[in-house]
Design a protein around this ligand. Structure first.
Ligand code: TYM
Length: 354
């Protein structure tokens, strides 16, 4: 696989519609990185079933997210857009990698702990043991093994394509570190096989926060209807969400640790306008939260309007979107089979006679 441009692999979970955080922290950068790279952009539906879901919604969200990828500027003529379950190899490689992953490494993952905590469990740092955080937890859904195994599947997504670079938001750092460890461990045990992927965390908006609880990240699956802006929210709803965003005490427009709400809105505005935090602070000296929020809201509406227009056009052309996913899966499969074949040989599996 030499002599080709560096390979990028990155993915999003189709657990709902994509958010402004997904766009500013990730997808916008992916679109800018297409030039000079061979790109694989996945929609990871196998990951999506680790959370509570309904099959009909997953089907709809996967198609919608594909249309949103296109609308956000991921050009299918110059990149490969695919659905994870369409490609054989992700789960196969995950199994092989799982067999060299210490279980403690998975129990230490912050996202696992956070998701387990939401289900009423806690993971003790000393013992790495999953416990009921309180008595009521016993009655709740249990933590499924997929949630624990999630980072191994994510490592497989990356290593299956021998990706050189993985652009993501800040929240995926720990998973990428595990992926690098697993690649090194496999190479050490079986001989050189995987490229060690480099993370590429976006600079300007690596972590967009919830509008209602600005100390936690904006997420697709937040149950609070005002917490996240979805990229297909209509202008009226975007304005409503930003105008009702939590702000902090005082009235200055200033980025500071004790002003997480205002800081988050400044990050959003800066990521859209390209202005520095200082420049925004200067411009708003003597003005109040009202003026500031109106400007943030209008800049988000303006940013998302053309994306929404393209999104609706793609939704009306299902044949086109399905064609993109078909071509993407074929290209992805070709590369995936190459890596999987190599991994199986090294792992000692005998060749199937055809
Ligand atoms: P997901 O679906 O949560 O998010 C997709 C991308 O968006 C970034 N992101 C954010 N960036 C800034 N602010 C936010 N509030 C925000 N929320 C999300 C994420 O960092 C990500 O880049 N585990 C991954 C999906 C995955 C993956 C992979 C990614 C599976 N396999 C292989 C890269 C490579 C996830 O849940 O992303």
């Amino acid at each position: 696989m030499s002599g080709e441009p560096p390979v990028i692999l990155t993915c999003a979970q189709p657990t709902n519609q994509l958010t402004l955080g997904n766009y500013l922290g990730a997808i916008r950068n992916w679109a800018q990185m297409i030039e000079g790279h061979t790109c694989y952009f996945g929609l990871v539906d196998l990951h999506a079933i680790t959370s509570d879901y309904t099959p009909a919604e997953l089907r709809k969200n996967t198609f919608d997210c594909a249309a949103q990828y296109l609308a956000c500027g991921l050009d299918p003529e110059r990149s490969h857009i695919f659905v994870q379950s369409h490609v054989t190899g992700h789960t196969e490689l995950a199994w092989v990698l799982g067999c060299i992953t210490p279980i403690g490494d998975l129990q230490r993952m912050t996202q696992f702990k956070e998701k387990a905590a939401k289900l009423g469990f806690s993971v003790s740092d000393q013992e790495n043991e999953l416990k009921f955080a309180h008595e009521g937890a016993r009655a709740q859904a249990s933590v499924n093994s997929g949630l624990l195994f999630y980072p191994v599947l994510m490592a497989a997504d990356i290593l299956l394509y021998n990706a050189d670079v993985v652009p993501t938001g800040d929240d995926q750092k720990q998973h990428l570190e595990l992926c690098r460890d697993l690649a090194k461990r496999f190479n050490h045990r079986y001989s050189d096989t995987f490229t060690i992927p480099e993370p590429a965390i976006s600079k300007s908006a690596s972590r967009i926060m919830s509008l209602q609880e600005p100390t936690k990240k904006m997420s697709k699956s937040d149950p609070d209807p005002l917490a996240s802006i979805y990229i297909i929210d209509n202008p009226k709803l975007i304005r409503k969400k930003i105008m009702s965003a939590v702000t902090d005490s005082g009235s200055e427009i200033r980025a500071a640790n004790d002003k997480p709400g205002v800081t988050n809105l400044m990050t959003i505005l800066g990521a859209i306008s390209g202005e520095s935090t200082d420049a925004i602070e200067q411009r708003f000296i003597g003005k109040g939260y009202g003026d500031f929020k109106v400007e943030v809201a209008e800049s988000v509406v303006e940013l998302l309007s053309p994306i929404q227009e393209r999104y609706h056009a793609y939704c009306a052309d299902k044949t086109y979107v399905n064609g993109v996913l078909k071509a993407g899966a074929e290209a992805a499969q070709k590369r995936a089979y190459k890596t999987l074949g190599k991994v199986y040989r090294k792992a000692g599996f005998i060749e199937r006679i055809r």
